[in-house]
Structures are given as C-alpha cells and as structure tokens.
Design a protein around this ligand. Structure first.
Ligand code: PEP
Length: 254
C-alpha cells in the first residue's frame, strides 16, 4: 500500500548519547505536532539501533532502520552486520544501495540484489536507493542508468516481495551538495520508475509502491517536492540531524 513516508539517514554521525537525545527530541515534537498520516523512519548507525528501540514509545509514529547490512546470513565476515542481527535489534527497515555504498564500497547491482533478498528473508523492509551521477545526467543517460539499477538489482523479486520495497530516487549530484533536483526533474524520474514497475509487475503494484525523493531536501523545498504526483515523501540526510528541521520536513508531507 502506497504510504507517505519521511525517512532520516543519519549516516556516520552522532555518538550514542547524541543519537538518543535527537531521537527523543524528534519523538516529542512528533507527539505534539504531527496530525497527518505520515510515517517516519530513522535510519541510524547499527550500533545505536537497540538503544533507540528501547527509547521508542508504544504510541510513537516512529520506526527504526539500519543503513546497510551484509548479504550473507551469517559467517566469517569480521566487522559486518547481518539482517537477522538488525531485525533482532528492533529495527524494521534497512537502506540498501545508497549511493555512498555504491561509490565508496563498490556495491554493484548484483550485490544489491543479494542484499535485498537477505533483508526480505529476515522480515525487514528495504529502502532501495537508485540515482544517477552528474556526469550521467549531463550525458543524457540517466533514464538508462535508473532502469539498469532497478532491473538488475530488484526485478528478480516476485510481486509479493516487491510490494515490501520502498524506493528512493536520490540523484547523486543532489546528495549533501545543497543542489536539489527541481520538482519537475524529480517528478519526471518518479513517474518513469512507476512506469517501469507497471511494465514489470502491473499497474496496481506500481500505484501502491512508495517512492521517496532524496537529495538536499530541507524545510524550504520539501513541500514543493512532496506535492508532485509521484513523490510520496523523502529520504533526508543532513536535515535529519536537526529535530526541528526534520519534523518540519515531515509536516510538509500531507
Ligand atoms: C541521503 O544521504 O540519503 C541524502 C539525501 O542526503 P542529503 O539530504 O544530505 O542530501
């Protein structure tokens, strides 16, 4: 079912105390200020997840997510974290395929396909990221890039599993740069993604898939982006580290 979602990606920021404090501030603000149907996810460093889960109040509109997981169930992968560990921490979501993982950790579409499988197998919901670089946008190949990322990493899934995915269109050139895709640029790609999903899985699944926009989204530009027909919310990096900004972005989604 298509939902209105804002997810925060804290990346490798905040120690445990700072993380708990921010999480509690967000929770308090949401309790008082949130009246709509928005769902909110905080994707925190894995080492913070179980503490955040303990801070979570029963009636809260918040859920917790991780930012990555290993593709294997378990084994001799020193320093890595499995999907079952994430699930046991109380988290429900995992970001898969963030452009920083693709770029700095050489994560390929083939590897991301395995990660999507293990996340779904463990009852977690993937937030699957796709997006083109500036070079690809300027070179005019961005539709092909998006199609390749989606089809190679996720089109092996059956419809039942696909319906558990949240997609996030994150143009790499807009992440952490202060450059935002215009609402028209973002809408064009979101509609394209929905069309790809309709061709592969049918219109109903395409209409029911939540597709987030990510890339320098802030309280000033969020409402215009979220007003686009095929944008169902946002994946927020820098602005998710300030409770006031994050909650204002959430409130822009109605
Ligand atoms: C992100 O990291 O997913 C992101 C969208 O970052 P920012 O909002 O800082 O551009």
């Amino acid at each position: 079912m298509r939902k209105n979602i804002v997810a925060g990606n804290w990346k490798m920021n905040l120690d445990l105390n700072q993380g708990i404090q921010l999480f509690n501030e967000i929770q308090e603000l949401l309790k008082v200020e949130l009246s709509g149907e928005q769902e909110v996810i905080v994707c925190a460093p894995s080492i913070h997840l179980s503490s955040l889960a303990k801070s979570l109040e029963g009636s809260s509109k918040l859920s917790i997510g991780a930012q990555n997981c290993h593709q294997a169930d378990s084994g001799a992968y020193t320093g890595e974290i499995s999907a079952s560990m994430i699930a046991s921490s109380g988290a429900e979501y995992v970001i898969i395929g963030h452009s920083e993982r693709r770029l700095y950790f050489s994560e390929s579409n083939e590897l991301l396909a395995q990660k999507l499988d293990v996340v779904l197998k463990n009852g977690l919901f993937p937030i699957f990221c796709i997006g083109e670089t500036l070079e690809q946008r300027n070179g005019g190949t961005y539709f092909d890039v998006i199609k390749e990322q989606i089809s190679e990493a996720s089109f092996h899934l059956d419809g039942a599993n696909y319906s558990k995915l949240i997609l996030a269109y994150e143009p790499v050139w807009a992440i952490g740069t202060g450059l935002t895709a215009s609402p028209e640029q973002a809408q064009e790609i979101h509609l394209f993604i929905r069309t790809l999903l309709a061709e592969k899985y049918g219109q109903t699944l395409a209409d029911n898939t939540t597709i987030l926009y990510g890339g320098s989204c802030n309280p000033k530009n969020a409402a215009e982006l979220f007003a686009q027909a095929d944008i169902d919310g946002g994946l927020i990096g820098g602005a998710s580290l300030k409770a006031r900004d994050f909650v204002d972005i959430i409130k822009a989604l109605n």
